[in-house]
Write a protein that binds this ligand. Structure first.
Ligand SMILES: Nc1ncnc2c1ncn2[C@@H]1O[C@H](COP(=O)(O)OP(=O)(O)OP(=O)(O)O)[C@@H](O)[C@H]1O
Ligand SMILES: [Mg+2]
Length: 357
């Protein structure tokens, strides 16, 4: 699959952008704050219906404008696919091949993208929430039922937490939420465990190669509880009431990343953490291919320059079959080496100009 064309109207700092793309390599060069990341954000939006850097959709509407529209035309086995997302203060409308979608989730499973940006180091370094969000997005992309379960789980969780904060509420009143939480939790945990197992298998191979055989990466799904959630909720009721929040459940689970048996989060060097983040992202791409038979599209935001030249080469070599979008402040030697099969564009204040010669 490849993206052939973009049309942005009042999206971030783009007033009107129409851009034809190269089926393999697209490199966007520009100074700070010109719109490079915004461009990748628009592409990502066409895949998941959400931004990778804000949860407030309306932030993406150009300042002063009433709405934005992002239209992405892709080619899938030679057939055209058009995805359109329009958003105003109070409305979000999605069209797929001109047909209005009833739910945002209909967008999923059309265009598959993987973004790798400096922010992704946080998956390795930061608190569990970042890792949960990482796997939640990945699994959602591959399995819409996961997204639905997760949304229902979160709703039930919010209800239970609200009740826990009320002193007068009896334990019995929580019963209905304990039941529905444990019902939704079951498939969520199963899907996560299954995904993490596949992820680990692929990721440890990539990490091994990237570290020239020096490092063994393990990824473990860590459950914050034993056995059945319903029982666990019953057991933790006192603590939950005291804290006014639900302390057990998949919203508390984590991924543990171990390099040569040591926790990467606490003991990994910057370089090791970067290698692991890169390996995770490349695994994502590979899993998309394995699960859907589609090639995902790789978005590399400002990350090449952060990698040493061996890792850059590894990355570039693995990109033979996928379409890639790369942003960078300048055209490095490594980037130049990719140019024979791609386009280079200059981004200046929301305008993009092709600069192939
Ligand atoms: N909703 C919006 N409307 C108009 N402009 C916006 C909006 N959101 C962000 N911008 C502008 O977009 C610019 C940032 O764009 P972007 O993040 O794509 O920069 P960049 O080219 O990736 O820069 P860097 O190299 O620093 O990462 C900023 O000038 C910001 O003010
Ligand atoms: Mg940027």
């Amino acid at each position: 699959m490849e993206i052939a064309k973009l049309n942005f109207k009042d999206f971030r700092n783009y007033r009107n952008l129409t851009l034809e793309l190269n089926p393999k390599v697209n490199i966007f060069i520009g100074d700070n704050a010109q719109g490079k990341t915004n461009l990748l954000e628009g592409i990502y939006l066409s895949s998941l219906g959400k931004s990778f850097r804000t949860s407030k959709d309306t932030e993406m509407i150009r300042f002063e404008a009433p709405f934005f529209r992002v239209e992405v035309t892709a080619l899938k086995d030679g057939e055209r696919l058009t995805v359109e997302i329009a958003l105003s203060e109070d409305q979000k409308a999605i069209k797929i091949d001109g047909v209005k979608a009833l739910k945002s989730s209909e967008l999923l499973q059309h265009i598959y993208t993987v973004i790798f940006s400096p922010e992704d180091l946080k998956i390795v370094k930061d608190e569990p929430e970042k890792r949960r969000r990482f796997i939640d997005r990945e699994i959602s992309l591959l399995k819409p039922s996961y997204l639905r379960n997760l949304a229902s789980y979160k709703k039930a969780l919010a209800q239970r937490n609200a009740l826990l904060k009320e002193k007068k509420v009896k334990d019995d009143a929580l019963e209905v939420w304990d039941k529905s939480l444990s019902n939704y939790a079951e498939p969520i945990i199963t899907d996560r465990e299954e995904y993490v197992k596949k992820l680990e298998e692929i990721c440890s191979k990539i990490h091994y190669d990237l570290s020239e055989g020096k490092e063994d990466l393990r990824i473990i799904y860590e459950r914050g509880m034993e056995g059945n959630l319903y029982e666990a909720l019953k057991h933790s009721i006192r603590i939950d009431r005291l804290r006014g929040t639900t302390t057990k459940g998949p919203h508390r689970d984590d991924l543990k990343l171990l390099v040569n048996g040591k926790d990467l989060r606490s003991f990994g060097s910057q370089g090791q953490q970067r290698t692991a983040a890169l390996a995770l992202k490349l695994s994502e791409l590979k899993l998309i291919k394995e699960e859907t038979k589609e090639e995902g599209i790789l978005l590399l935001d400002d990350v090449l320059s952060e990698l040493d030249s061996r890792r850059q080469k590894y990355l570039i070599n693995t990109l033979k079959d996928v379409q890639v979008f790369i942003t960078s402040a300048e055209l490095s030697e490594e980037l130049k080496s990719m140019l024979s099969k791609g386009n280079v564009y200059k981004v200046t204040q929301g305008e993009v100009v092709l600069q192939n010669d």
